[in-house]
Structures are given as C-alpha cells and as structure tokens.
Write a protein that binds this ligand. Structure first.
Ligand code: NAD
Ligand code: UFG
Length: 333
C-alpha cells in the first residue's frame, strides 16, 4: 500500500515526502519536472535512507496516471502538482486553468476508477480573497480572488467538495497553506525558484548570496505596525508534518474538511528581513519600493481548527525559518 504524491519533487512535496517516509509510509512520486529536478529523489533518499519510487509523469495525462495506479496499490493521494506563480497566472491565465484544473479532474477520475478514496489538496490562503478580515477562519466565505492562480484553487476546492458530496466513500482534506518558507535542516532540499524569485524569502536568500544587489520592500505605507506587509510565515517542515496529520484524519473521516495550515501569527516583511540579518550575521541591502499590484496589507491564519481536529501545531519560529533558508541557499548548486 502506497501514498501517491503528485508534484512530489517540488518544494512542499519533497519535504512532505521526507516526513511521510519518516512516519513509516511507502510513497510513490509523480512529477513532470516542469518546476523541479529529478535529483531531489536522491536527496530524499540521502535524508531518509529510503528511495521513493518515482515516475516522470504529467498528472493531466490519464494514461500515465492509470499506469501508476495499475502498478501500485495507491490508498491516498496528496496533490501538490500545479503551477503557482501569481504574476504569470495573470499574463497566461489559460495555461494555469488548463494545468491546475485538468490535473485535479484527471486525478479524481483515475482515483475513482481505481477505488482510491482519499484526496489531500494543496490549497492556499489566497482563496479568502481580497477584503477578508484577519485572522482567516475556515468557515469564512471564499472567492473574490485577486488572480487566476487563486481562482484555480477556489475552483478545485469546489470540484472536490462536490465530488465528496456525490461519493459517500470519498474523504477530501483541503489544506489552505499560508506562507511557507525555510528548508530541511540538512540543506539538501528547499525552495529553488527558476529565474528571478517572486516570493520574499528566496529573494532575501539570493540577495544574501550576492545574486541580487538589493531587495525591494514593496510598500511601507500599509496599515501595519511598521507599514510593510504582514504575513503568516510557516516553516516548510512544520507544513509537511501537517500533511502526515491530514492523512491520518482522511483515513478516519469521510466527507470534505478544510484546514488552515499557518502559525496563527503575522510578521511584517521587515521583521523577516531583520531576523534574517540577525540570525545569519549577514547584511541584506534593501530599498523601499512602491506597493506591488494585487498585494494585501495583512494575512494570517486562525490556526485553532488544525490544532483541535488534527492535533497539529507549528513548532518552528522565524529564526529557524531564516537559518534553514540560508543554509539551503548556501548549499545550492
Ligand atoms: P513547486 O512548483 O515547487 O512544486 C510543484 C511541483 O508540481 C513541481 O515539481 C512541478 O514540476 C510539478 N508539476 C506541475 N504541473 C504538473 C503536472 N501537470 N504534472 C506533474 N507534475 C506537475 O511548488 P510548491 O511551492 O511545492 O507548491 C506545491 C503546491 O502547493 C502547489 O499546488 C501550490 O499551488 C500550492 N501552494 C504553494 C504555496 C507556496 O507559497 N509555495 C502556497 C499555497 C499553496
Ligand atoms: N515582498 C517584498 N519584496 C519582494 C517579494 C515580496 O516586499 O521581493 C513582500 C510582498 O509585498 C508581501 C510579502 O513580501 O507583502 C510576501 O510576499 P510573497 O510574494 O512572498 O507572498 P504572498 O503573500 O504574496 O503570496 C504567497 C504565495 C501565494 C499564496 C499566498 C498565500 O506566493 O501563492 O502566499 O499562501 F497564495
């Protein structure tokens, strides 16, 4: 019996692979390597001493998925595969709707034929949309998404909700991630974006490494404690551990349930920059720049539902996030 991780060589998938193997699960990874590298499988093996079975496969390709389900007894799927660059989703929306929606629907169809009834989905805090008030709670209305990427998450949540309503044997867990940062303590796996990073932490680490000459802080006139944006940064290893708990939950409960995976605490952009400099003893040159289009002032989770129902709570703080992110960047080839 195995657990399938689509997108399992990516940033969050690879960390979750490590935690699942450490928890005793047999896993199979399917990834088309559009945003990751096959060498990640070697790193997972180095960390866990166990090599996951790997298929270079596109999750939108039904025949490739059927082969994976034929060759393995898959009891649950964690669906990480998808495109995630917010800006690109605005300029190339069809590419995003095609890949993100198609992969989820194809997977659901193949799972149904194979009698596989547990689906854990990588959703995002972005589904709370513009205008929602913090802290975000799971029962709050969703929608009014700021970009096509967010809408794909919103739509897949709806598709999975309907699928669970129609199939009494199906168990769906929607995980709304906040802002994952950091890396595994080994420094072997982490976030390695292609090209110029869009997200804050990889931009900071690449500036520290001398690959960028300075960080632009997008806006210092928000209604926050220091004027810069506030986010719920969560260590990716904590996030990965949340998936192990979600899988246990799906094994015992039917229907569709949604959980925020965040720490419940918001820190500002300058909090993160200052902590990074302090913990790692490195200067990050930064300049205040205009606000970035589509950004909101503040986003953080109410994280009590995951604590109560999953028995999960984030353990690692901002210092560990900054230390581990830099450790990974220094190791990057
Ligand atoms: P990532 O890009 O590192 O990983 C995604 C993986 O999916 C990549 O390895 C890519 O090659 C693969 N992939 C994409 N399309 C595929 C397809 N059709 N078939 C097979 N493989 C495919 O991204 P990540 O940060 O690890 O994110 C994982 C999931 O979590 C994504 O669905 C993302 O939208 C979601 N998420 C991420 C964040 C974040 O800040 N990183 C926040 C909220 C939600
Ligand atoms: N920021 C900067 N400079 C940069 C990059 C970011 O100041 O070079 C600021 C942004 O303006 C924002 C904060 O840092 O205030 C965080 O920005 P990120 O781009 O790192 O993250 P977002 O909160 O915009 O979005 C992320 C993911 C989304 C996901 C969302 C919620 O990119 O996919 O978290 O989970 F939906």
């Amino acid at each position: 019996m195995s657990i399938l991780l689509t997108g399992g060589t990516g940033y969050i998938g690879s960390h979750t692979a490590v935690e699942l193997i450490n928890a005793g699960y047999d896993i199979v990874i399917a990834d088309n390597l559009s945003n990751s590298e096959a060498v990640v499988i070697d790193y997972i093996e180095t960390i866990t001493k166990k090599r996951p079975k790997f298929y270079q496969a596109d999750v939108c390709d039904k025949a490739q998925l059927e082969k994976i389900f034929d060759e393995n007894k898959i009891t649950a799927v964690l669906h990480f595969a998808g495109y995630k660059a917010v800006g690109e989703s605005v300029s190339e929306p069809i590419k995003y709707y095609r890949n993100n929606l198609d992969s989820a629907i194809t997977l659901l169809e193949v799972m149904q034929s194979a009698g596989c009834n547990q689906f854990i989905f990588s959703s995002s805090a972005t589904v709370y949309g513009t205008g929602a008030t913090v802290p975000y709670k799971e029962e709050m209305p969703t929608g009014h998404c700021a970009n096509p990427y967010g809408w794909t998450k919103y739509m897949i949540e709806q598709i999975l909700t309907d699928a669970a309503k129609a199939n009494n044997n199906l168990s769906v867990v929607l995980l709304r991630y906040f802002n994952p940062v950091g890396a595994h303590e080994s420094g072997l796996i982490g976030e390695k974006p292609v090209g110029v990073p869009n997200n804050l932490m990889p931009y900071i680490t690449q500036t520290a490494a001398g690959m960028r000459d300075h960080l632009s802080v997008f806006g210092n006139d928000y209604d926050t404690k220091d004027g810069t944006g506030v986010r719920d940064f969560i260590h990716v290893v904590d996030l990965a551990k949340g998936h192990v708990k979600a899988l246990e939950y799906a094994n015992k409960n039917l229907g569709c349930e949604v959980f925020n995976l965040g720490t419940g605490t918001g820190y500002s952009v300058l909090d993160l920059v200052n902590t990074f400099m302090e913990v790692n003893g490195i200067n990050i040159p930064y300049e205040i720049a205009p606000r970035r289009a589509g950004d909101i002032a503040t986003s953080y989770a109410n994280a009590t539902k995951a604590k109560e129902k999953l028995g999960w709570q984030a353990q690692l703080g901002l210092k560990e996030m900054c230390k581990d992110a830099w450790n990974f960047q220094k190791n990057c080839k």
